[in-house]
Design a protein around this ligand. Structure first.
Ligand code: HEM
Ligand SMILES: *[C@@H]1O[C@H](CO)[C@@H](O)[C@H](O)[C@H]1NC(C)=O
Ligand SMILES: *[C@@H]1O[C@H](CO)[C@@H](O)[C@H](O)[C@H]1NC(C)=O
Ligand SMILES: *[C@@H]1O[C@H](CO)[C@@H](O)[C@H](O)[C@H]1NC(C)=O
Ligand SMILES: *[C@@H]1O[C@H](CO)[C@@H](O)[C@H](O)[C@H]1NC(C)=O
Ligand SMILES: *[C@@H]1O[C@H](CO)[C@@H](O)[C@H](O)[C@H]1NC(C)=O
Length: 325
């Protein structure tokens, strides 16, 4: 082969590689030909599940967040483990409501019935998370698709990758920055706490043993603190959970930020967003303007959905979301 021919072959190879890289990206119409109705199918399964239990909404939204922050949005959180050492077995598992997992399993079954082996569990979870936002009264947004399912799920990989309810602003920012999310993204995504429940042990320190000088966290409204003490007495059954948004717990709205202005943030990590001068203006902006919050939330959800994604030939399309192929 002459030098010219070699050069042609090499540049053809380069073009092929570039195309492969270009294809290995998320896109809005990824399943356009392989499963054109996927979003409708998922939406139907999610709606049915919500009609059975409201918990579907917060559980699915939180499941998406936890999946994406641990090894990327790759459905690694979905893997069941007979030996008790998968991602879902980590300490945080107790509070991941089973209805989130069930939503994805049901939606996957419905999708497989029409387009077997085509749609990843990671994408189904992404679509379902969008759908629960919409079905709770939040904004609609188009989701990018084309994720592949991961091949690893380990409880030990969760440690240090999820934020804690006692985090301060700089700790929150550091953890979100590791996932390519800005402080504004972090504040907007925290608005997910406008729906759903928390177990008492996640904030009991703010009620009973806050500091040497004050038993109750002084950044907590005293009447709200009193109400929380009634709901969560010391030595309460650990299964008891309370609404995270005491005003409109079932609606995806911007009341969460108004609660923060009124010192009714449930976790330290919620209230600090208003208490800390570095983030207060953003909180007030979202509290005063629902549309502004909606826009920021949508942008942040799309960016969350890009975290650590596997595309192209990496990973697999799982047949059953709870086990590797
Ligand atoms: C900013 C840092 C965050 C912290 C420290 C945090 C922490 C927590 C904690 C401790 C709970 C209560 C779990 C329980 O006891 O049951 C919770 C619940 C929840 N979180 Fe977060 N979270 C954060 C961000 C997010 C994000 C980004 C989302 C989604 C976009 C989210 C969605 C939810 C939802 C929907 C629930 C309610 C779950 C249910 O009712 O089943 N959180 N979060
Ligand atoms: C998706 O497929 C439909 C027909 O199934 C076609 O009309 C449309 O142009 C396609 N869109 C893209 C972006 O490929
Ligand atoms: C959570 O994990 C612990 C052990 O880490 C296990 O004992 C418990 O059964 C798990 N809970 C759920 C709901 O999976
Ligand atoms: C936030 O917490 C970290 C770790 O505990 C600590 O080092 C830092 O000083 C805290 N920052 C603020 C502003 O309180
Ligand atoms: C209260 O907090 C202190 C340290 O802040 C700790 O030593 C003590 O054990 C805590 N008491 C209870 C009842 O949790
Ligand atoms: C963050 O973005 C950079 C640049 O686009 C990318 O290389 C990196 O993988 C992303 N990190 C995560 C956790 O998604």
């Amino acid at each position: 082969m002459g030098a010219m021919a070699i050069r042609v072959v090499l540049s053809l190879a380069l073009v092929c590689m570039l195309i492969a890289v270009a294809q290995a990206q998320l896109s809005f119409n990824f399943y356009n030909s392989s499963c054109p109705n996927v979003e409708q199918i998922v939406r139907q399964a999610v709606s049915l599940k919500i009609s059975q239990t409201f918990v579907t909404i917060p559980a699915t939204l939180r499941l998406f967040f936890h999946d994406c922050f641990v090894q990327g949005c790759d459905a690694s959180v979905m893997i069941a483990s007979p030996s008790g050492d998968a991602e879902k077995d980590s300490e945080d598992n107790l509070s991941l409501a089973g209805d989130g997992f069930d939503t994805v399993v049901k939606a996957k079954q419905a999708v497989e019935a029409q387009c077997p082996g085509k749609v990843s569990c990671a994408d189904i979870l992404t679509i379902a998370a969008r759908d629960v936002v919409v079905l709770a009264g939040g904004p609609y947004f188009a989701v990018e698709l084309g994720r592949r399912d991961g091949l690893i799920s380990k409880a030990s990989l969760v440690a240090g990758n999820l934020p804690g309810p006692n985090f301060n602003l700089s700790q929150l920012n550091t953890m979100f920055a590791k996932n390519n999310l800005t402080q504004t993204d972090m504040i907007a995504l925290s608005g997910a706490h406008t729906v759903g429940f928390s177990h008492c042990n996640r904030f009991a320190n703010r009620l009973y043993n806050f500091s040497a000088t004050s038993k109750v966290d002084p950044s907590l409204d005293p009447n709200y603190a009193k109400k929380l003490m009634d709901l969560c007495p010391q030595n309460v059954d650990p299964r008891v959970a309370v609404d995270m948004d005491p005003v409109s717990p079932k609606k995806m709205d911007n009341v969460y930020y108004q609660n923060l202005q009124n010192h009714k943030g449930l976790f330290t990590s919620d209230q600090v967003l208003y208490t800390d001068p570095l983030s207060q203006a953003t909180v007030s902006g979202f509290a005063n303007d629902r549309n502004r919050f909606n826009k920021a939330f949508v942008a942040a959800m799309v960016r969350l959905g890009r975290v650590g994604v596997k595309t192209g030939v990496v990973g697999e399309i799982r047949k059953d979301c709870t086990t590797f192929n």
